[in-house]
Every structure is written in C-alpha cells, then in structure tokens.
Write a protein that binds this ligand. Structure first.
Ligand code: TXD
Length: 326
C-alpha cells in the first residue's frame, strides 16, 4: 500500500459544466481553467473523448500554473450542482449551409441537454451557444421553464469582437482601444451600431467615411461565414470560446459587465417574448438588467427586422417539433 502524508484537497470551487466537448466546448474549458475561474465538467455523447480532453487539460496545469479540476464525462450525474451550464452541443455549419439549416437537428440536442442538465443543476445560470443561437435559446428557455434572467445566448460578444477587429485593422489602431456593440439576432440581419463604436472614445463616424463603415458592417455580418469558407471543415471556435468565457467570468466574479447578449425581452426595444441580442448587465444572479439604448429610427427598424427573422425561425422550429412528435 502506498503512503501519503497528505489528505486530499477539500475546496468549494465554482463549477462550470460545458455540454458539447467539440471545438468551442473544449476551447472554452481550457480558457475557464487557465484563467483560474472555475472547475470544469466537460460532457459529450462520444464515449472517452471528453475524458481524454479533460486528462490532457489536467496534465498542463503545472505548466499553465493553475489547479482547477477538469472532469470529462458522458454522464449528467457528474455535472451536479454547477453554477453555470454552457451548451455548445450540436453541429456547426458546413460551407454553403445557413445557420437555419441546422434548426431541427440542433433543437433536439439542445432541448434534451438543457432538460437533463436542469435535473442536476436547477439553480445554475444557463448560456446557450449552439446555432441558430436565438432560436435555440428560446427553445431551451421554453423547455426548461427557467426564469428569463437565468438563461441567455452568446453571440453579441463575438459579433462585436469581430466588428472591433475590422475597425482596428482598417484604422491601424490598437484593438484594445476599439469598443463596439452589435445587437440583434445572430444572423445575416444582425445590427452593428457604428454610432456607438469608438476608438478610445472617438466615434468611428468621425474617423471613417460612410462607405468604409458599411463595408466593415457587411464583413461583420458575414464574419462567421468568412471563416467557414476558409476552414472548409467546421467554423470559428477561438473567439466564440473567448466570448463565452467573458460572460462566464462576469457571472462568476459578479462584474456586472455591460455585454450584448441574447436576452429575454418583455417590452424592451418594443419587443416581447423573444430572445435577441441587446446590451445587458451580467452578474452573479444572471441578467441583472437589459439596458435600453436610444436608437435612431433606422437602427430600431433594423433591430425589428432581425427580430422578425428570429420569430419566423422560432415558429418554424415549433412547427417541425410538433410534426415530429405527432
Ligand atoms: O456565436 C455563436 N453562438 C456561435 C455558435 C459561434 C461558434 C459556433 N457556434 C455553434 O456552436 C455551432 O454552429 C455549433 O452549433 C455549436 C458547436 O460548435 P463546434 O465548432 O464546437 O462544433 P463541434 O466541434 O462539432 O462540436 C460539437 C460537439 C461534438 O463533440 C458532438 O459530439 C457534441 O457536440 N454533441 C453532443 N454533446 C452532448 N450531447 C449531445 N446530444 C450531443 N450531440 C452532439
């Protein structure tokens, strides 16, 4: 029998479950652990794979200088008492495929994952990442009965990061100085807001002409597809994982950061009963506040057009669901 003078480490660490140990999920697990934010449970349907990834991440701890536990599993019982559950399970777009083509396949996966996770972590805050994002978030909210402030979708942080990158590249400035906000659904009708984009406080409308801004807006709207076309297999995952990690961090550290996230609306921006990207403050209780910006008529119309698209897809998903379960 081996001898050890040490008793096992006992601690109450925050715990984040990441469902779907694919590109986004495994990169997110790495970010969370290496930023020393929480222990991570990485769950997938594929036997062995999440355990392998978790072991690989654990073996890097001495080098990356953290002591977070990463558990890989296919069993929801291992996810119990999580503070946050992130759902990335599903399939990404293939070249030429729209986000909405993924609708039915991913809807079944996300609803099942959310329901199973709820049995073990009924008090957690849920972040949905799977596409089509706004629709998946609505369906998961509906299926779980979670209050609107404890379930949200990640897309706006990613779309804003892309807009900021393109602005920084165009102007040749440091990306740390650029702040921008993209609202609306995570689709072709998303609403980048140039009026609220700045380089360290200087509005970009004073730095770039209208045609250039429109080009950057278009590139932002097409940001996901641009990467899918280049990669051919799978889509973006580094920035999606970083963007989700920002939300996880704001919740765990109760930072109340103002972030564009897909939030449940009850009349804000003239929209009701929908999840769509709007600026919200994110803290330990989830969404603390949806912040209503003053929008111009054009911006408001664009947001409503995007909402219309999201609603159409929610209705379509519900129709397909009803037909399948008949
Ligand atoms: O801005 C955003 N919201 C997004 C969304 C940005 C990037 C990626 N976005 C979407 O996230 C993408 O369109 C997909 O719908 C998801 C996951 O993307 P990822 O690139 O990580 O896909 P992978 O690498 O194919 O990983 C998906 C994993 C894979 O390991 C499957 O085995 C697993 O999901 N999977 C499941 N896990 C648990 N439970 C079930 N039922 C399940 N089905 C598949």
């Amino acid at each position: 029998m081996s001898y050890s003078p040490f008793s096992p480490i006992k601690r109450h660490s925050p715990r984040v479950t990441v469902i779907g140990a694919g590109k986004v999920g495994s990169t997110l697990a790495q970010r969370i652990a290496e930023k020393n934010l929480a222990d991570v449970v990485l769950l997938d349907v594929v036997e062995g794979m999440p355990r392998g990834l978790a072991l690989d991440l654990m073996e890097a701890r001495g080098i990356e200088l953290h002591n977070r536990r990463i558990i890989g599993t296919t069993d929801y019982a291992d996810t119990s008492a999580s503070d946050i559950v992130v759902i990335t399970a599903g399939f990404p777009r293939k070249p030429g495929m729209t986000r909405d083509d993924l609708l039915l396949t991913n809807a079944k996966i996300v609803v099942e994952a959310a329901n199973k996770a709820m049995t073990y972590s009924p008090d957690a805050i849920y972040i949905i990442v799977t596409n089509p994002l706004d629709v998946m978030t609505y369906l998961a909210w509906q299926a779980t009965g979670l209050p609107g402030d404890r379930i949200m979708g990640m897309a706006g942080v990613l779309d804003s990061a892309r807009f900021e990158t393109f602005i920084a590249m165009e102007l040749g400035v440091c990306c740390l100085d650029v702040k921008a906000m993209v609202l609306g659904g995570h689709g072709d009708l998303m609403v980048p807001l140039p009026r609220y984009a700045t380089v360290n406080g200087i509005p970009i409308t004073e730095l770039l002409d209208a045609a250039t801004i429109e080009r950057l807006v278009e590139r932002t709207r097409n940001g996901g597809a641009e990467i899918v076309e280049l990669m051919q297999t799978g889509g973006a995952f580094y920035t999606p994982a970083s963007s989700t990690c920002v939300m996880v961090e704001s919740i765990l550290l109760n930072q109340s950061r103002l972030l564009p996230i897909a939030a449940y609306l009850r009349g804000e921006y003239g929209l009701n009963d929908i999840f769509i990207g709007v600026p919200s403050r994110l803290g330990c209780s989830g969404i603390e506040e949806v912040v209503e910006l003053k929008l111009s008529d054009v911006e408001r119309d664009a947001l409503h057009a995007s909402a219309q698209e999201v609603r159409k897809n929610i209705a379509r998903a519900q129709e397909i669901f009803a037909a399948v379960s008949r």
